[in-house]
Design a protein around this ligand. Structure first.
Ligand code: EPZ
Length: 420
């Protein structure tokens, strides 16, 4: 397995271009199953999860035509498989996003249950309950969800808790259902809105995306379209922290801070300075990082996908910050690794008390999940000496050319390829 080595202490400087958003690209690629004809997508990030999604769509019988960088054409005219197999789902939970489209368009789907992951149990009970309310017959057998429906019927659904992929799955189910569906307590994440925008371009009738009540008037069929994936706000947030933790000055090219307001507000409280220009958003790291407390919440609250990165910054704070994780029950796997770099962090329940230290020192550490590995890279960039991060395949799932982008900003970083 590849490793990443970082010689820390270099203030990062320069311009970085963001990639397309993984968590918008995955549902939008699945949405191509809702129509026949060529759906043309652009600004797709080059990530392992996108590769997995392509393999899943091909497995189902979709034709894929790779265009220039970041472009992909998908044609779901000849779908002949209706199963998302365990081998694919176990590597990427978001494979469950084919359930809604397959059921809505073909009346059947068999999807492996995703199982737990490093950050939590992550059940899909809310997806299944809502699909049953739309008339689907759902059986759980040998680790698979077996779903059938002649035609889904629109109805009033209220999610017990806002779920991002749950909202996306039901949105894709409702666009071809009979009648009107309303999704109450829906997720308001920008990626949900990006999916809704793409579906509307395909002819869907949707209102209220981005609010906690989305209404969908079902139609009989959808047309293919061209769609550009939104920029990745979590990648943007990660580079903002990279500038802060290295006391650097970075410009996120062509980016206006949208969808990251809460994170930017907290980073300003920590002392980072922001300058919005036409060319992009510039962020300067402070000489002294102020300790700031955060609680993760569904959008527009502080995103759980930025919790680990923010904790790395707070490890070098002047005082003590309290970080509360309210979305996932086990999203502190990075804490023991940050401690190896000299951080002072105490966990009790869903709360982490981070006592700032004057410096971190490089050490060998291990990545455990996507955002945890990003926090170790950030801490390594600030640490004195060498940090070596193993299991970086986690990073490749969600960050496009991270080492290349960071070394272009002056970081002393390299990937050590596994010798087979
Ligand atoms: C999406 O996961 C993102 N993944 C996650 O990003 C992100 O952390 C999460 O939303 C929260 O923002 C993608 O979009 C592919 P949820 P998702 O359903 O949809 C509980 C990353 O780092 N729940 O909104 O799986 C669940 O256990 C990844 O890029 C149920 O109980 O998250 C959690 O506690 C990690 N039953 C909460 O709701 C359900 O049926 C929110 O989960 C569904 C969810």
């Amino acid at each position: 397995m590849d490793k990443i080595r970082i010689q820390g202490g270099v203030p990062l400087k320069g311009k970085v271009f963001l990639s397309g958003a993984k968590n918008a690209a995955l549902p939008i690629m699945s949405a191509a199953l809702l129509t026949d004809g060529w759906v043309n997508l652009s600004n797709l990030p080059a990530l392992r999860d996108i590769q997995t999604e392509k393999r899943l769509l091909s497995f189902l019988g979709a034709s894929l035509d790779e265009g220039s960088e970041g472009c992909l054409r998908i044609n779901a005219s000849r779908i002949d498989q209706f199963e998302a197999p365990y081998d694919l789902v176990k590597t990427m939970r978001a494979s469950v996003l084919v359930l809604g489209p397959l059921l809505a368009r073909f009346g059947r789907a068999r999807v492996s249950l995703p199982g737990g992951c490093a950050i939590g149990a992550r059940p899909i009970n809310l997806h299944l309950k809502a699909l049953e309310m739309m008339g689907a017959r759902i059986n759980l057998r040998s680790g698979y969800v077996d779903a059938k429906a002649r035609r889904l019927r629109g109805t009033e659904i209220g999610f017990d808790t806002p779920t991002v992929t749950g909202t996306e799955n039901l949105l894709m189910a409702a666009v071809l259902a009979q009648g009107k569906t309303s999704l109450g307590n829906a997720a308001k994440e920008p990626e949900v809105v990006d999916l809704a925008n793409c579906l509307e371009r395909m002819g869907a009738k949707i209102s209220g995306a981005g609010t906690d009540t989305i209404t969908v008037q079902g139609v009989t069929h959808l047309q293919p379209t061209d769609y550009r994936i939104m920029p990745d706000r979590i990648e943007a947030g990660t580079y903002l922290v990279a500038s802060g933790i290295t006391r650097g000055e970075i410009t996120l090219a062509e980016y206006d801070g949208s969808h990251l307001e809460t994170v930017i507000m907290k980073l300003k409280e920590a002392g980072l300075e922001f300058d919005q220009k036409k060319s992009g958003l510039t962020v300067r790291g402070p000489r002294k990082i102020k300790s700031v407390s955060v609680t993760t919440r569904p959008f527009p609250g502080f995103p759980t996908d930025m919790q680990a990165q923010f904790m790395a910054l707070m490890a070098l704070g002047q005082d003590t910050s309290v970080i509360k994780e309210t979305i996932f029950e086990n999203r502190y796997m990075h804490v023991s690794e940050l401690r190896r770099l000299g951080a002072d962090i105490q966990i009790s329940g869903n709360q982490a008390v981070v006592k700032g230290v004057s410096k971190l020192r490089g050490a060998p550490v291990m990545a455990t999940d996507l955002r945890a590995s990003a926090s170790l890279v950030l801490a390594g960039l600030a640490a004195e000496g060498m940090t070596e991060i193993s299991r970086v395949y986690h990073l490749d799932r969600g960050y496009e050319s991270l080492e290349k982008k960071l070394s272009a900003l002056g970081a002393n970083i390299e990937r050590i390829k596994e010798v087979k």
